[in-house]
Design a protein around this ligand. Structure first.
Ligand SMILES: [Zn+2]
Length: 466
């Protein structure tokens, strides 16, 4: 070792990591079926240690001191409720005060000689990029969580897999690559998006190599199915995929490829938190890596199991950019701990139900754009493409929903009336509906240019809100 240089292979003990977070298939042979006492005892032990190490980070220490929280005071999992939560706005403020990394990191870039690290960013398209530092341990731990998720979705060791995500400053494509390569022995074809490897070539490669999965958005995979058909290839019979993306039109994906699609939940800073099992009765949280709570979006107070609110995540494995009671503002419900039909006691949460900060109060009723979207896209003559705008006129808040239809333009008016009727019936509110031809919403949703389509815009501040 020269001058304190520690190389990546020296910085990580793989065996102890695999004991801390077992990779698939081992994880699904033992830890996935553990009894509740074992699950919670491990969580508590890891949480106590996590509180002590996190207290050394300026961002957390400052907030904890202000709230009078002592990291040594955790003696039960319930004690987490006494720790103040923070949101992405707090992280943004931290970055603005000390760019580019903020003061929520446990490391500095200057530490790289002794602690090899990588940095990935989220939110790069609009606003401040939020950097996350990953030590060797964090990279491989995240790759194990990703490998578990891909395994639950149907990928098996040794499969050939196309990775059609964008290899950029975002973590996504890289984490998938590392999971497949390091923990599933899969052979990865690093095609990248359609602008790196043309769509037709992606279909040809998938066929030639007998790929078992193409990792990308649901929208792009359906586009590849169209191209396959143009080439005389049947997406189900000839491509024979075994796993489908977790985002996109589940029904269309399943009928096109003849494989089940499983929902999952995760986000940039902590990677995969929860994945649906074959029983499809909620998403199992990887509880050796996370404690998940649900709080009231307005007050931040913890909510009882079964009530919908904002997800608060504490991770138990990260060393570079720890997250301790991060209020993600994603809506979900935590179910009471019960044994699932699949045999696992791991806690389940409901699938992502929308953004808590997108909530609009309309004449005393809380409405989420995603709920409006669900109603208008359920009509037999509309597609899954929609966009909701909140506007203010004559001192009144209103929502306007636009949805795409493949029907003839002369039918649009009658579809609009039916949609408005359905919205009134389901939500008890009058919401205006507009039907658009295919492509009519592309500019608003950015569906052609962004992996995560936009579905909502609040225009009230520009339309006369005081
Ligand atoms: Zn289950």
């Amino acid at each position: 070792m020269s001058l304190g240089l520690r190389r990546p292979h020296e910085a990580l003990d793989y065996a102890s990591l695999a004991g801390f977070l077992p990779p698939p298939p081992d994880f699904f042979e033992e830890r996935f079926f553990e009894p509740p006492e074992r699950i919670e005892a491990r969580q508590l032990a890891r949480l106590k240690e996590k509180a002590l190490t996190t207290a050394a980070i300026p961002f957390h220490r400052r907030r904890w001191n202000e709230a009078g929280f002592d990291p040594r005071s955790i003696s039960r999992l319930e004690d987490l409720a006494s720790v103040p939560v923070y949101t992405v706005d707090d992280i943004r403020r931290s970055i603005e005060a000390s760019p580019p990394l903020g003061d929520y990191q446990a490391l500095r870039l200057e530490d790289a000689r002794r602690e090899p690290m990588r940095v990935y960013m989220s939110g790069g398209t609009t606003g401040t990029s939020r950097p996350t530092l990953y030590t060797r341990w964090d990279r491989e731990a995240g790759a194990i969580l990703t490998a578990r998720a891909l395994y639950m979705q149907g990928i098996r060791p040794g499969d050939v897999v196309l990775n059609a995500w964008s290899y950029g400053t975002h973590n996504g494509a890289w984490a998938m690559d590392e999971a497949l390569d390091h923990w599933l022995n899969c052979v990865v074809l690093t095609t990248g998006t359609g602008s790196v490897t043309p769509s037709r070539k992606q279909v040809e490669l998938a066929l030639e190599y007998g790929a078992k999965a193409i990792l990308t958005t649901g929208d792009y995979l359906l586009r590849l199915a169209e191209i396959a058909r143009e080439l005389g290839v049947d997406p189900e019979e000839d491509l024979r995929l075994c796993a489908l993306p977790n985002i996109g039109d589940r029904e269309a994906l399943e009928t096109t490829f003849g494989v089940p699609s499983y929902a999952s939940y995760g986000f940039h800073e902590v990677q995969w938190v929860a994945v649906e099992c074959t029983a499809r009765a909620g998403l199992h949280v990887f509880e050796d890596a996370f404690v998940v709570e649900v709080v009231d979006p307005d007050s931040g107070a913890a909510l009882p199991d079964g009530e919908q609110g904002s997800l608060v995540v504490t991770e138990l494995y990260k060393t570079g950019s720890p997250q301790f009671r991060y209020n993600i503002m994603d809506l979900s419900t935590r179910y009471p701990r019960e044994k699932c039909a699949c045999g696992s006691w791991l806690r389940r949460i409901a699938p992502f139900a929308g953004r808590a900060d997108n909530m609009v109060k309309l004449r005393g009723v809380n409405v989420w754009p995603e709920a409006v979207g669900e109603i208008v896209t359920a009509h037999p003559k509309t597609t899954t493409d929609y966009f909701v705008r909140a506007v203010r006129s004559e001192n009144r808040d209103d929502l306007i929903v636009s949805v795409v239809s493949n029907a003839a333009a002369k039918e649009f008016e009658s579809i609009e009336l039916e949609l408005e009727h359905a919205l009134r019936e389901k939500l008890g509110l009058k919401i205006a509906a507009c039907v658009e031809s295919p492509g009519g919403l592309d500019e608003l949703t950015e569906v052609r240019t962004s992996p995560k389509p936009k579905r909502f815009r609040d225009e009230r501040s520009t339309s006369g809100k005081e």
